[in-house]
Design a protein around this ligand. Structure first.
Ligand code: 5GP
Ligand code: ZN
Length: 145
């Protein structure tokens, strides 16, 4: 990460109060605020205060401090607005839909089939044998450190 990346980062500016935001929660490690786009009402972002651009750069210790707030803030949204459910997601890389390169978790409350969120998994279950699945799992497993 270069200083330029951090000083041009819109979320770093939000943390510093240089850009206004609708704050939901703040402590020394994390900041949570409403996503401007409000994909559904209550759509909230949780970010680490340190500038780390995506999941591939997020330090596990920072992640631990960040992720522990996810269920707490999810339940707060649930109590406030009574959604039926919630999608929690994080985009990494432009290809995957990331547009702000400061790591963030989206909490998107779901109010029903006709709410304004759309997302779909496209299963390819039958395209893989169990042996292929085992080989894929082993390739990942051997890289975990
Ligand atoms: P991404 O596309 O990187 O997963 O998500 C970035 C999110 O940041 C978008 O949903 C977008 O609406 C939100 N966003 C971008 N600029 C601002 C801003 O200045 N303030 C707030 N509150 N949200 C922003
Ligand atoms: Zn940043």
């Amino acid at each position: 990460m270069t200083m330029a990346e951090e000083s041009n980062c819109i979320f770093c500016k939000i943390i510093k109060g240089e850009i206004p935001s609708a704050k939901v929660y703040e402590d020394e490690d994390v900041f949570a605020f409403l996503d401007l786009s409000q994909v559904t009402m209550g759509h909230t972002l949780i970010i680490p205060k340190v500038h780390q651009k995506d999941i591939f750069h997020l330090e596990p210790e920072i992640a631990a401090k960040l992720f522990k707030h996810v269920p707490v803030i999810a339940r707060a949204i649930q109590e406030a607005f009574h959604p039926v459910g919630m999608n929690i997601l994080n985009n990494n890389s432009e290809l995957a839909g990331q547009s702000v390169f400061h790591y963030h978790i989206h909490l998107i409350p779901r109010y029903g089939n006709t709410d304004t969120f759309s997302f779909s998994f496209q299963p390819h279950t039958d395209d893989y044998s169990n042996e292929q699945r085992s080989k894929i799992a082993a390739a990942i497993a051997e890289k975990i450190r």
